[in-house]
Design a protein. Structure first.
Length: 629
C-alpha cells in the first residue's frame, strides 16, 4: 500500500490514461516490492533464468554504445538483468576493424557466458522510411503486389537496392469502402548489410535489426509500459530534427519527421540574446543606442556553442553552467523564455501531425504525449509542450526504479540516463512474432511458413502411411505373390511384343514437326483475337477501353530472334473519384492473374473531365506469356 505522493511521474500519467480516479490508498503496478519479496524473488528468478532465453538489445549512438539485458519470465512478466553504457572512442569510426574490435570486446564482457543470446540491434530511424498506407481489400495472394504498387507512389526509397517490408494492421473503412491498413518501411540494403556483417564478423550474429519507433512499440506490446487501449504519442527532439510516433492500442500507426529540433532552439537563444544586446546601452539622453559589431564581438557576444552549452545546462542532470550564465547575465527562466518561439514552431507542427492522424487517417485523438530529447531531461520543456497541446504529458521513463520489471537496478541512474536507454530496451524486447525485422522480411516469413506447413504435411502423411502399413502387414504376403505373378506375365508379353522398324521412325518425326509448325502459325494468326476475347471477359463494367493495340513481331538481333508480343490498352475508369485508383489496381491484378498474360505495367494515369464527369484515363502495357504458343 502506498500513497499518491509516492507514485512516480510516469505512473501519474498512466493513471490519467487509465481514466480512473486516484485514491489515497491503492495498489499500483509500478510500486516496488516489499522487503520480504525482494529477498525471496532473486532466488526464484535465478532458478527461472536457467530455462529462459535471455535477450540483449544494442544501440550504437553518436557518442555512446548502450546495451541492455532482459529475461522473459512469462508471457507478461519480464526482468531487467543488466545494462551498460560505454563512450565511443573519437579516434575510431564504424566500418573500421578498430571499431569491430571495440564492439566485440564490449559484447564479450556484457554477454559473459550467455550462449546464443537473442541479440537485436537498433538502426538509425533517419535512414529508414516508414509510411502508413491503405490498399484495396484483395485476396491474400495479391496483398504483396497491391502493397508494393501503392507504396511506390508514396515512398522515396525504391528499387532493388532497398530492403522493403510491411505489416498488415487490420481493416479500416474509408468513405464507406473497406480497405486494409498497412505499415510499410524501407531501408537502404547496403546499410542493413553493413550492420549484419559487422556483428557476424565479431561472432555475434544478429537475431534482428529494427528501428526505435518499432522498438518503442515493444514497450507497449510486452506490457512493460501499458497503453490501456489508448492513443499515445512520443515526441523525440534531436539536434537537427524531431520525430513524432503515434501508437494506438500499442500499435504504431504513424511516424513522421519534423525539420526542427534542438538546433532551432539554440539558434533562437543566440539570436534573441544578441538582438537584445544591441539596445541595452543608453546614451546620455536615456535613449537606446546600437552597439557596434566590434563591441558585440567582445565578451558579451553569444555564439552557437555558448547558446548550446546554456541550453543543455538547463537540465539538473547536466554539468553546471553557473559561470557561463553569470557572464551573459542570464538565469534559468530567461534562457528558457528565449527558446520558446522555437518550441512554439515545433508544437505547431506536432499539432498539425495530430490533426492529420485524427482527421485524414480517421484515428482516435491523442490522449497523452511522452517527450524525450537528445539533451538531458528538462521538465519545463515537457510541461510547456503538453500545456500548448492541451494534453497530458510526461517523460518516457520505462527504467524508473519503481517499475516491477526493473527491481531498482537503475536506482543510481539519473532520469536523463534512464531515458537514453529507451532505444536499447525497446530492441531488447523484440521478437520476430511482433517486431518488424529488417533481416527477416515478409518474404522470409512466407517462406518459413511454407516450410513449416510442408513439414507438417509430410509428418501427417508419414504418420498415415505408417498406420496403413501396420494395418495391412498380415495381408502383404498374398498381395506380393499376386504382383509377382502379374509382373512375370507382363514381362512375357513384352518379349513377344511387336518390333518397330527403325526406317519408319523418321517419317513419324517429320509429320510431327509439320503439325507443330502448322499449329504455331495458326496460333500466331489468331493471337490478337484471343487477346481481345480475354480482355472482354476480364474488363469490368466501370472500365471502358478506348483503344487496344496488339504487337506481334520477331525482329532479328545479333544474338538471334526475340519475340515481341504485347498489347497496349488505353481506357477510362468511371464511377466515384475516390475509387478510381482502387478500380484500376483491381483491374491490373485481374489481368495479371490471366493465364494468357505474364506482366502488366501501368504506363500512365491521369484524371480528366468529360461532359461534366470525372474520369481516370490510363494506359497499360500487357505482355503475353512467353511460351503461350
Amino acid at each position: 500500500m502506498v500513497s499518491k505522493k509516492e507514485l512516480s511521474s510516469t505512473e501519474k500519467l498512466l493513471d490519467v490514461i487509465r481514466n480512473t480516479e486516484a485514491s489515497d490508498d491503492f495498489m499500483t503496478p509500478s510500486v516496488s516490492s516489499t522487503p520480504s519479496d525482494k529477498k525471496s524473488k532473486p532466488l526464484l528468478l535465478k532458478t527461472l533464468h536457467q530455462n529462459k532465453k535471455i535477450s540483449i538489445g544494442v544501440d550504437i549512438g553518436h557518442r555512446h554504445l548502450k546495451c541492455i539485458k532482459v529475461a522473459r519470465l512469462s508471457d507478461s512478466d519480464w526482468e531487467l538483468l543488466d545494462y551498460t553504457i560505454v563512450p565511443l572512442r573519437a579516434d575510431i569510426s564504424m566500418g573500421t576493424p578498430e571499431f569491430a574490435d571495440f564492439l566485440k570486446s564490449e559484447l564479450d564482457k556484457f554477454c559473459d557466458s550467455i550462449k546464443k543470446p537473442n541479440l537485436w540491434a537498433n538502426m538509425s530511424s533517419a535512414r529508414v522510411e516508414v509510411a502508413s498506407i491503405l490498399i484495396p481489400k484483395v485476396a491474400k495472394k495479391q496483398i504483396e503486389r497491391a502493397v508494393y504498387w501503392t507504396a511506390q507512389k508514396t515512398m522515396s526509397l525504391k528499387g532493388k537496392d532497398v530492403v522493403f517490408d510491411f505489416e498488415i494492421e487490420g481493416e479500416v473503412v474509408e468513405r464507406g469502402i473497406t480497405k486494409l491498413a498497412v505499415m510499410t518501411y524501407a531501408a537502404p540494403k547496403k546499410e542493413v548489410q553493413k550492420m549484419k556483417e559487422l556483428f557476424e564478423s565479431i561472432g555475434y550474429p544478429l537475431s534482428g535489426l529494427t528501428i526505435t519507433p518499432f522498438g518503442t512499440q515493444n514497450l507497449f506490446k510486452t506490457n512493460w509500459m501499458p497503453s490501456f487501449e489508448q492513443s499515445i504519442a512520443i515526441l523525440y527532439i534531436d539536434r537537427g530534427w524531431s520525430r513524432i510516433d503515434i501508437y494506438s492500442r500499442g500499435n504504431l500507426v504513424l511516424t513522421r519527421g519534423i525539420k526542427a529540433g534542438i538546433n532551432s532552439m539554440v539558434q533562437e537563444l543566440m539570436e534573441a540574446y544578441n538582438e537584445k544586446l544591441k539596445f541595452v546601452s543608453p546614451d546620455e539622453s536615456g535613449a537606446g543606442q546600437t552597439i557596434s559589431p566590434d563591441e558585440l564581438r567582445g565578451n558579451m557576444f553569444m555564439d552557437m556553442e555558448n547558446a548550446r552549452e546554456l541550453l543543455y545546462g538547463l537540465s539538473p542532470d547536466s554539468p553546471s553552467t553557473a559561470e557561463l550564465r553569470a557572464r551573459f547575465g542570464l538565469d534559468e527562466h530567461s534562457i528558457f523564455k528565449m527558446t520558446t518561439p522555437a518550441l512554439d514552431r515545433l508544437v505547431r507542427q506536432t499539432e498539425r501531425t495530430f490533426q492529420y492522424n485524427t482527421i485524414n487517417l480517421g484515428n482516435e485523438r491523442i490522449n497523452a504525449v511522452y517527450v524525450s530529447t537528445e539533451m538531458d531531461v528538462y521538465k519545463p520543456v515537457v510541461d510547456y509542450i503538453g500545456d500548448d497541446l492541451g494534453i497530458e504529458r510526461d517523460v518516457l521513463d520505462p527504467l524508473e526504479p519503481a517499475n516491477p520489471f526493473v527491481n531498482e537496478i537503475t536506482a543510481n541512474l539519473s532520469i536523463s540516463d534512464r531515458v537514453s536507454f529507451v532505444p536499447a530496451l525497446g530492441v531488447a524486447l523484440s521478437d520476430v512474432t511482433r517486431t518488424p525485422n529488417l533481416l527477416f522480411t515478409y518474404k522470409d516469413k512466407v517462406k518459413q511458413s511454407n516450410i513449416v506447413k510442408g513439414s507438417r504435411a509430410i509428418f501427417v502423411t508419414l504418420t498415415i502411411v505408417l498406420i496403413f502399413c501396420v494395418g495391412v502387414l498380415f495381408v502383404m504376403g498374398d498381395i506380393a505373390d499376386r504382383k509377382k505373378a502379374e509382373l512375370a506375365k507382363l514381362e512375357k508379353q513384352l518379349k513377344q511384343g511387336i518390333q518397330i522398324d527403325e526406317r519408319v521412325l523418321p517419317l513419324f518425326v517429320s509429320k510431327v514437326q509439320k503439325d507443330k509448325k502448322y499449329l504455331k502459325e495458326y496460333g500466331e494468326r489468331y493471337l490478337g483475337m484471343a487477346a481481345i476475347g480475354e480482355l472482354s471477359l476480364l474488363t469490368p463494367s466501370n472500365i471502358r477501353l478506348l483503344d487496344v493495340t496488339v504487337r506481334i513481331k520477331t525482329p532479328s538481333t545479333k544474338s538471334g530472334k526475340t519475340n515481341i508480343r504485347n498489347l497496349t490498352i488505353e481506357g477510362v475508369v468511371s464511377g466515384e473519384v475516390e475509387s478510381f485508383e482502387d478500380s484500376l489496381v483491381k483491374y491490373v491484378l485481374k489481368l495479371q492473374s490471366s493465364p494468357m498474360f505474364s506482366e502488366v505495367k501501368i504506363d500512365k494515369s491521369s484524371t480528366e473531365s468529360f461532359e461534366n464527369m470525372e474520369l481516370l484515363r490510363f494506359t497499360v502495357t500487357v505482355k503475353f506469356i512467353q511460351d503461350l504458343i
